[in-house]
Design a binder for this molecule. Sequence first.
Ligand SMILES: [Zn+2]
Ligand SMILES: [Zn+2]
Ligand SMILES: [Zn+2]
Ligand SMILES: [Zn+2]
Length: 422
Amino acid sequence: MNLEFHCDDEIEKIIGHDIRNDTRIFLVQLKKSKRTVWIPLTHRRILSENLILDYYTRHNIKAADLPPISRQKRADDLFKFLSQVSNDELSLFARRFDNLNALPPSNMKALKHNLFHCVPLPVTGDIQMNKTEMANLRHKVLIEVCHERRNKQLTELQAKEWSLNLMSDNDEPIFLENNVDFAQFPEFKYVNHFVAGEGVHIQNTLPDDLGCGFDTPSNGTHTCDKKCICMVIFDVKPAYNKNGQMILNHGERIHECNKKCRCDDSCRFRVIQKKSQIPFLIFRCANGTGWGVKTLKPLPKGTYIGRYFGKVILWEEAESLPTSGGRRDYLFDIDYLIGDNGHCKYTVDAFDYGNFTRFINHSCSPNLVVHHAWINMLDDNLHDLAFFTSKSVDYGEELTFDYHKAFTNCKCSSYECIQRRS
Ligand SMILES: [Zn+2]
Ligand SMILES: [Zn+2]
Ligand SMILES: [Zn+2]
Ligand SMILES: [Zn+2]
């Protein structure tokens, strides 16, 4: 028997009644479809008191004739009825408290006592409370629902954090936090590299003699300095100082030593290819911008943060994605070169595949810049997008970059943002 009722058809009348699992249920006939369906008494949003009274009158049913339902059961049903709430509705309710760690304490015992003393009447299911009393009771019920969902949420976030760190190749952990609402952490596959989309070939084989160190004797150790032949081969300036911090101007190419070079990991021209040493926090933003990323370590200017990874798709495919529903929020053009057609060849789509950088938010006054970088790929149209700090960043500060898109309602609230709007 189907006790669920998800239909926009109206109820014409009640034509029967029964008790199942200690719940009073009614067989109703629908107006348009003439279908019949069983509905529990607790479904008071659609089962009005008038309908029930009409049914009892027509069939000359008296309260005393009906089999009793325990007061406890009716109290439980009332709790169930009052606790029907969606994630969004509950998030809205929780907003009246400072954050999800500042919920009023749970007091299930007092609430049960309350419910027990104002349970619906056994016959009509009518609740003997005025609006204020009802609102008070619902407030208490929702606090309990918040606690219940909060516990579930913390367990889920912990599990997500665990699986995310299994996949991430950062040396330091990535933490997850949501103290703001009951939104779920999005599903995506964590990757530490590009994934080739349809019609895309990621070429990363290099000619054997491309690289530095071939002039040094094989018994000597080769370390790269400012005169490294790689900088000559690719006609670029060294990108980093001896502390590994970015010293190029924005727009200048980064070329790192590659897999053919004879230098080791300690080479000063290997920075973005190494594992990150920064602990990050992916957190739920209170200002409605979704999730964001914070550093859990103070960072000097020029520090490498991470590379934007995801599925590499053709620009045309990116253009064909829906403009609504946030589907395009995870696109990042690989745009060192702009073709005669006015656009780049490839775009990174981090919706299904990505790493922690997919959560970095926009700001009109950002603390990160994106540099175009090459390591083992030689295609000018296919390069890494590497994030570096553009100023020193404090512990716990949110990391942001400028999306360079037109925002109708930017929420970054920086001084530059206000200037841009006016
Ligand atoms: Zn070298
Ligand atoms: Zn090299
Ligand atoms: Zn090197
Ligand atoms: Zn802004």
